[in-house]
Ligand binder design. Structure first.
Ligand code: ZN
Length: 220
């Protein structure tokens, strides 16, 4: 029997994965959050993830992915590499970590199967596509098939934010009563500043643009 009462959320402690956590808590009887420690530049991410899980009483596991940094050092893991302000015309931005989502989802799947869980939720989005190939729907579908074949199992990778933008993501969090938690307790900023962040990095700009649009349209 498939266990459809429980789900695993790939949880970074940012806006998108926190919104996914809220959605999962609404839909499933029990939710497990899995975070990854890959020596990210801002360990604040993991601190946020821990605090949010504690607040909602969600079982939280942090898996060590230090080898990702060893293999693919980039501007999100190394202090000596500055984050690109804008996406380059060609190729991936230097904030892209090669293989990150594939590795994270694969380990989340192994974790899920141990618990007889099939549903894995991730906050990737193709709408506000910032040049990360592993946030695209085609990649998720491909990996889902690969994981099923690899483990002879029927995983269901669920991507609630795939086709919505940041404004709609704010609306979702608000609808579930999590607006303040997402606004104040999450970390999206590439400079490691919680909540509204530094305001200047690409992640902050994208988050703020969505927030401003949401607040403006909400008033109407
Ligand atoms: Zn920032």
């Amino acid at each position: 029997m498939k266990n459809k009462d429980e789900a695993v959320v790939v949880f970074s402690g940012g806006q998108d994965s926190t919104t996914c956590l809220l959605l999962a808590m609404e839909k499933y009887k029990k939710v497990y959050a899995v975070s990854f420690d890959y020596n990210q530049r801002h360990s604040g991410e993991l601190a946020c993830a821990k605090e949010i899980c504690a607040k909602y009483n969600v079982e939280h596991t942090i898996l060590d992915m230090g080898l990702l940094n060893q293999l693919a050092p980039n501007s999100l893991t190394r202090m000596d590499i500055t984050v690109d302000e804008d996406a380059p015309d060609k190729g991936t931005p230097n904030s892209f970590v090669d293989g990150r989502n594939m590795v994270f989802l694969t380990f989340a799947a192994i974790y899920a199967k141990q618990k007889n869980i099939t549903d894995i939720i991730t906050g990737v989005s193709q709408s506000d596509f910032s040049g990360y190939p592993d946030c695209r729907d085609i990649f998720i579908k491909s990996l889902n098939t690969t994981l099923n074949l690899a483990m002879d199992y029927e995983f269901d990778i669920i991507t609630p934010l795939m086709w919505i933008d940041k404004e709609e993501t704010w609306a979702l969090a608000d609808r579930m009563g999590g607006f303040d938690v997402v606004r104040n307790m999450t970390l999206t900023c590439y400079n490691g500043i919680r909540g509204d962040g530094c305001g200047n990095c690409p992640a902050c700009k994208l988050r703020k643009k969505g927030l401003d649009a949401y607040l403006k349209n909400k008033k109407k």
